[in-house]
Structure formats: C-alpha cells, structure tokens
Design a binder for this molecule. Structure first.
Ligand code: AMP
Length: 112
C-alpha cells in the first residue's frame, strides 16, 4: 500500500485542500514552489502507464479539478504548471497516479 492510499484512508494525516468522492488534493510535504498541491484519484492507479480507456472520464475529471484548484489558489492569471511524473525516467517516487499543481513562481523549460 502506498503512502497516498494511507492518506486517502486517513491512516496518516495530510494538509488536505480539496476532497470529493473521486479525488483528494493535499499540499506536497516537500514543496517545490510557493503553491505545490498533489491531486490524486481515490481509485488506485499506479501511474499513467497503467491508464486504460475505461479511465478517460476519471482523468478528464481530474484535469478539470486541477484547473479549479489552481484557480482557487489564485494561480490562473499568472499561470501554473501541471506535472505527472511517470515511472523511473521521470523520477516517480510514489506509485499512485498524481498530478502536481505548481505555481507562484516562474518555471523553466525544458524541465530538467
Ligand atoms: P513523484 O516524484 O512525482 O512521485 O512525487 C511524489 C511527491 O509526493 C513528492 O513531491 C513528495 O514530496 C510528495 N510526498 C511524499 N510523501 C508525502 C506526504 N506524506 N504528504 C505529502 N506529500 C508527500
């Protein structure tokens, strides 16, 4: 069981900023920007590499929710970055699909 599943099950605490039946959003414990929220589905999906067509509604829902959370955090006007690290080459540490919502500073491109 991953640490994110334990957060979903309320076995360990997190600084939750949004929750509904399908998803949970909480502040990253090691923020890389003034705003750094993680948005996760409550359904256990290890990474984007495990996503199937049956998940298209859920993933669409998460993207809309990410935009709503970013807007609520005041990030929409200046902009923000969404990141979904996938498996080893992207440095994914927690094998539970998550969207990083990063904002409050400028980001460089290309990413490191
Ligand atoms: P990734 O490298 O894309 O798998 O990102 C995992 C993220 O989870 C990192 O940014 C960590 O700082 C964050 N993280 C790990 N454990 C926790 C936790 N208990 N609460 C909040 N964020 C966490």
């Amino acid at each position: 069981m991953t640490i994110f599943k334990k957060i979903i099950d309320k076995e360990i605490p997190a600084d939750i900023v949004y929750e509904d039946d399908l998803c949970l959003a909480f502040n990253d414990i090691n923020p890389q920007a003034p705003t750094h929220v993680l948005l996760i589905p409550k359904k256990v999906i290890a990474s984007m590499a495990e996503v199937e067509k049956a998940e298209q509604d859920l993933l669409g829902f998460l993207m809309v929710k990410a935009a709503e959370i970013a807007k609520a955090a005041g990030l929409s006007e200046d902009g923000y970055r969404l990141v979904v690290n996938t498996r080893e080459n992207a440095g994914q540490e927690v094998p539970h699909l998550h969207i990083h919502i990063l904002g409050g500073r400028k980001f460089s491109w290309p990413p490191g």
